[in-house]
Design a protein around this ligand. Structure first.
Ligand SMILES: [Zn+2]
Length: 229
């Protein structure tokens, strides 16, 4: 008998022990933007530089020197980004970068009722789809975007979610970064500049948002969602 079950690859070891078959309809969705010399950067951040450090025809291999800020493209913010004495990425248990996903569409503005309606649970990775990713190359992307309220940020901290992900360039629009500080201070990591979130509407999914193991405040990440049928 074939049992159809949605299961994360992290569970596949156990699944194979139990003799289950995983759902062949499972799909992986890439929620990350590409990084190249034209990738938009947050106003004031250093430009991205990509220089050849080895050329195949000449050196026998391709290699590059890459220079960019740690908050470029789809990336993770660690507490060190905003808080004195805050943890750097390498100090965070790797389990915090993987968890069940919750999709929330932000219609005109962020709403606590919409957050409560999806039944956020401890350990979730909550992704907010504002639609700003459709404007990633427009100048307004980094200047006119909706942000979480302090009330919602506190609710997510109280619910003990692992991460909050956004398809905007920042969790804050205020210059003193209150939402960053509230989330990071409450143990909730932040993912910014997500894309493709519309693909997750109405789906069950697991998020993998793995930054480089840098001993600093942030890192670009390849963020994916594993979607069950
Ligand atoms: Zn950031």
């Amino acid at each position: 008998m074939q049992v159809s079950i949605f299961v994360s690859p992290l569970l596949l070891r156990f699944e194979s022990c139990l003799g289950f078959w995983y759902d062949e309809g499972m799909q992986i969705i890439d929620l990350s933007v590409p990084i190249n010399g034209q990738t938009p950067v947050y106003p004031g951040d250093p430009p991205i530089k990509i220089e050849a450090a080895g050329v195949l025809d000449k050196d026998g291999f391709n290699d590059h020197l890459l220079s960019m800020g740690t908050h470029v493209g789809t990336h993770i913010d660690a507490p060190m980004h905003m808080l004195a004495g805050g943890k750097s990425l390498d100090q965070i248990p790797v389990e915090q970068f993987v968890g069940p996903g919750k999709y929330i569409e932000v219609k005109d503005s962020f709403s606590l009722d919409a957050v409560k309606a999806v039944g956020v649970e401890p350990g979730d990775i909550v992704l907010f789809h504002t639609g700003m990713s459709d404007h990633y190359s427009d100048s307004k992307y980094f200047h006119e975007y909706p942000v979480l309220t302090r009330e919602i940020a506190q609710y997510l901290v109280d619910q003990k979610v692992k991460m909050v992900g956004l398809d905007t360039g920042s969790a804050d629009i205020a210059e003193d970064f209150p939402i960053h500080k509230q989330l990071l201070g409450g143990g909730v990591l932040i993912i910014e500049n997500l894309t493709n979130l519309a693909s997750l509407a109405g789906k069950n999914f697991v998020v993998y948002a793995l930054p480089l193991k840098l001993q600093i405040d942030g890192s670009p990440a390849r963020v994916i969602a594993e979607v069950g049928s």
